[in-house]
Design a protein around this ligand. Structure first.
Ligand SMILES: Cc1cc2nc3c(=O)[nH]c(=O)nc-3n(C[C@H](O)[C@H](O)[C@H](O)COP(=O)(O)OP(=O)(O)OC[C@H]3O[C@@H](n4cnc5c(N)ncnc54)[C@H](O)[C@@H]3O)c2cc1C
Length: 479
């Protein structure tokens, strides 16, 4: 009897995709599996198929849907870190959009057409040549497709809202293989749900993004000893409080434990987007003694060299709470407890941890509303917030399951309880930072869940992206 795997492979070949279809043991197959940022989401699909254009994506979807019982995954950059994220699959086929990585700038409209498999470092290089920039990821190898369908924390959130708010048009391959455009006037319901709706509606094959004038940035880092934790918290509070008045400043406050280093460090990554040196907003950070490294550069140059090491088993979780000095303090304390537990359990210090504090300002929502809104449901949040993400990397899946995962969960449970006790938990979970057990769609609000369900029923009536694409956060699982 012919298996589902055999039927899928033969249907893909019949559809003319044989030359971009790879199976276990083939060099391209193994190289693509190796190229996920983390070891955690990697699976062993029956086949990996790499379409070169939208027409081929359409043919692939038709061929796989025609194969009874065949499931598939959709990968762009492959940076989402949990197994089951939907960027790879064990029993099924992975559609890897890695060959669709072009960026075209249209001076007449000021839009950039970006294919989903592009990495942000290449996108920035391509658009900067034309003197323009887009609001994308802050690490070079992050993919466009997952980043923009999940939301998008960018250097420019204060100026322009979320990355997805900068998308003016999507080209999408639906579950029946048809290709549609979605923008504010055509398929506007689909346009809106794609902003934060993950892989629930179709495969985005082109994002048309708004560009804006590129400029030099004043950019750098300060590596600070944890002995100055109190001053860092104070500087973070000061920075976040003043940010609304100076949206041209961007800071990532990172508490970091580098593998094999005995002590953790605090790494402040600051960027002055208009090139102004030593702006008032970041001054408090810079007053703290630290090893500073600052220069005038551009986003493309910065991001070309900003690529985080990969190849470990990662576990990420996130929480968002209302801006409150006490909860920030408690979060840092809980991080230090987590660090202690990891050191005790992994005595060779071969693990890494990153905790990043980032502001989420209430004012960003107006930018989203001005551009047709998104699915994140942040209209209900009227106070400034803090997004916390913690990522723990270890050498084996066993250590991840037995040590990093339970310890990180315990940390988040403590922070969440404390934030709730002060009535400061806002119930927003940024999808692109979530673990598989978290429920970001459920936190978008009833109204948005309803809109996503309606769009799913309208654009994917047979539920291809619910049943056949089981990975990711599924709208059909929402009550
Ligand atoms: C080192 C690192 C740095 C990061 N920096 C940032 C940052 O600065 N800001 C930020 O907001 N996030 C950041 N993230 C998180 C990042 O946004 C997510 O991991 C995001 O999903 C990555 O996009 P990708 O294309 O690589 O996704 P993938 O892993 O390829 O896919 C993620 C999800 O999106 C779906 N998907 C992918 N492409 C498509 C498509 N074309 N159509 C429909 N669905 C699709 C997949 O099925 C999957 O469910 C970072 C992650 C890492 C590991």
């Amino acid at each position: 009897m012919v298996s589902i795997a055999q039927s899928a492979i033969s249907n893909l070949k019949e559809a003319g995709l044989g030359d971009v279809l790879y199976t276990r043991g083939q060099q391209t197959y193994e190289a693509q599996e190796e190229s996920y940022w983390s070891l955690t989401p990697r699976q062993r699909p029956w086949g990996i198929v790499q379409p070169r254009n939208t027409e081929e994506v359409s043919k692939i979807v038709k061929a796989l849907v025609r194969t009874a019982g065949c499931k598939f995954a959709v990968r762009s950059g492959g940076h989402m870190v949990h197994a089951g994220a939907g960027n790879d699959i064990e029993d099924g086929v992975t559609i890897d959009l890695g060959l669709m990585k072009g960026t075209t700038y249209h001076p007449e409209t000021g839009f950039a057409s970006i294919q989903p498999g592009a990495r942000w470092k290449d996108v920035y290089t391509d658009v900067e040549k034309h003197g323009v920039m887009v609001a994308g990821g802050r690490e070079g190898m992050v993919g466009v497709g997952g980043f923009l369908t999940g939301g998008g924390l960018t250097f420019y959130n204060c100026r322009y809202g979320w990355g997805c708010d900068q998308v003016v048009n999507y080209e999408v391959v639906l579950g029946d293989g048809s290709v549609v455009e979605a923008n504010s006037t055509t398929n506007s319901d689909l346009f809106r749900v794609l902003k934060g709706g993950n892989n629930n509606f179709g495969i985005v094959t082109r994002f048309d993004m708004q560009t804006f004038k590129a400029s030099n940035i004043w950019d750098g880092s300060s590596v600070i000893s944890p002995a100055y934790t109190d001053q860092v918290i104070e500087a973070y509070v000061d920075f976040s409080t003043n940010l609304v008045k100076n949206g041209d400043s961007h800071v990532l406050t990172m508490f970091t434990f580098i593998p094999f280093v005995q002590e953790h460090i605090i790494n402040i990554l600051f960027t002055s987007l208009d090139g102004v040196e030593n702006p008032q907003t970041t001054r408090k950070f810079l007053e703290i003694p630290g090893q500073q490294n600052v220069k005038t550069t551009t986003i493309a140059n910065k991001i070309a060299g900003f690529i985080l090491p990969s190849g470990k088993y990662d576990f990420w979780m996130t929480i968002t709470f209302k801006f409150d000095h006490r909860i920030i303090r408690r979060t840092v304390d809980a991080y230090e407890t987590l660090l202690g537990q990891l050191k005790e359990a992994i005595t060779d210090n071969s693990f890494g941890v990153n905790m990043v504090l980032q502001p989420l300002l209430a004012s960003w929502t107006q930018h989203s509303l001005d551009r047709g809104s998104n699915m994140l449901g942040l209209e209900r949040i009227t106070e400034d917030c803090v997004i916390v993400v913690v990522g723990v990397e270890v050498a084996t899946s066993e250590l991840s399951d037995k040590v990093s995962e339970p310890a990180t969960r315990a940390m988040f449970s403590e922070v969440e309880s404390y934030a709730k006790s002060l009535d400061k938990d806002v119930g927003f979970l940024y999808l692109n930072y979530c673990d598989g057990s978290q429920n970001p769609l459920g936190n978008y609000g009833e109204e948005n869940v309803k809109k996503m369900k309606e769009a799913s029923a309208k654009y994917d009536p047979i539920g291809v992206f619910q049943e056949r694409v089981p990975g990711g956060y599924k709208i059909s699982m929402m009550k």
